[in-house]
Structure formats: C-alpha cells, structure tokens
Design a binder for this molecule. Structure first.
Ligand code: MN
Length: 235
C-alpha cells in the first residue's frame, strides 16, 4: 500500500481547509505575480490614457478607485490579451471587434483568456469615454429612440439600475444596439461584451467590486445611482 504523508492526508481532508493556515495550501500565482516575473509584450493592444484627470469624477468616483481601475485593472486586461495572442501573428492583426465577434476562430487553448481580456479591454475603453462630471443626457436621434423604446429617459435610468442591481457577482449592465437597430439593456457576466453577439455597446455600468468597493463598500446601489444619475455620459 502506498504510504501517504501526514500532510497529504491532511490536505485532502475537508477539515484541513478549515484549520490549516492558508499559506500551507499551494495557491495559483495571481495575475499580478505572473506579470512581475514575465513582462508582457507591449502590443498590439495598448492601454488608452484616461481622457480626464483621475479625480475628475469626484465625488461620485474617487481618484484612488479611478487610478487603480485604469492603471491596474484595465492595464492587466491589455497585458494579458497581448500575452495570450503573442504566439499567434494572425490574431495580432485583428481588432477587438473581430476577436470578440468570432471567438470560435480563436484557438481553444487561449479562447477563454481572449474572451475575458479582450472583453475587459473593450468594456473599459468604452467606459472611460462614457463618463463625465456632470453627466450628459443623450440628445437628438438617440434621445428619441430611448423615449420610443423605454418610454422616457427616466424609464431608461430605471431599467439600467434594475439591470445593474440584478447582476449576481461580477459583470456589466450594457445599453446598446442590436444588429437589427433595436436598443437593448442587458446583463453580461464577467467581461463578456455585446460585441460577442455582433451587437454594439453604447454605455455600460461596471459592477465588478473593483469599480466601487473602496468608496462604496457593499453599497452597490449608491454607486449605480452615481453612474446612472450623475456621471453617465453618451450620445
Ligand atoms: Mn472594471
């Protein structure tokens, strides 16, 4: 009979996970740790600069959250995407829309990584452009379409809030346009993007905790209200 060490037995038992110090159990290296040991390639995708100062959305979104969100989280999506496609010259020539719009064309071994990180890069690139202080109501044709589709801009705000509050865990509430031209509001898990189904994202609310936890902690409703009523800006 094969002898098992005390630790093997302990680690295999359900009791172990409750009583052992966490450091004994081997953990996967975090993305940040992996990044430290191997510098990621610098392209083809690059982190777009924030189009305003990191404190521009105060008091709704604090400067520290903005800096971490852009400089660390968004940067990690860009770096991880570049790293994943580094061995694939054909993929490096594709746009985010092309990558996300046809994930079946991405080799299976990197498909999930591309889905998550191309999605994260695309979602955040749109996010920075659709925030301002004060926020701006859509005007013209889009305003009319919102009235026709949702009843009014107020109703649109209610729908966005309901969608963002209904997401369990990490994800986005996206407002966008379908291929047939119709407007939609829909929840997306993780970093999934409307681009994955050939639709056009217009404005999204990022409900990952990294987007609001420093300032709002568990009060997602306060953060969503800020997004919808104070800093959301698109046309
Ligand atoms: Mn985010």
């Amino acid at each position: 009979m094969k002898r098992r060490s005390f630790f093997q037995i302990l680690l295999g038992s359900s009791i172990a996970s409750r009583f052992l110090p966490f450091s004994i159990v081997a953990a996967e290296p975090s993305v940040a740790q992996q990044g430290l040991s191997t510098p990621p390639p610098t392209g083809p995708f690059t982190l777009p600069p924030l189009p305003y100062a990191s404190n521009a959305l105060e008091p709704y979104i604090d400067a520290e959250t903005m800096t971490l969100h852009h400089d660390k989280h968004h940067a990690a999506y860009v770096n991880n995407l570049n790293k994943a496609i580094a061995p694939y010259p054909d993929l490096q020539k594709k746009s985010l829309e092309e990558l996300l719009g046809n994930l079946d064309a991405v080799p299976a071994e990197i498909r999930t990584t591309v889905r998550n990180n191309a999605g994260g890069h695309s979602n955040h690139s749109i996010l920075w452009k659709t925030l301002s202080n004060p926020g701006r109501k859509p005007e013209g044709k889009l305003a009319k379409e919102i009235d026709n589709t949702f009843g009014s801009y107020e109703k649109w705000r209610e729908e966005m809030t309901k969608c963002a509050m209904g997401i369990f865990g990490s994800g986005w509430a996206w407002f966008g346009r379908s291929k047939d031209g119709r407007l939609f509001i829909e929840p997306f898990p993780n970093q999934d993007s409307p681009l994955m189904t050939g639709r056009t994202p217009i404005y999204g609310i990022d409900v990952w905790e990294h987007a609001y936890y420093l300032k709002h902690q568990n009060r997602r409703a306060d953060y969503v209200k800020s997004c919808v009523e104070s800093v959301g800006s698109f046309s």
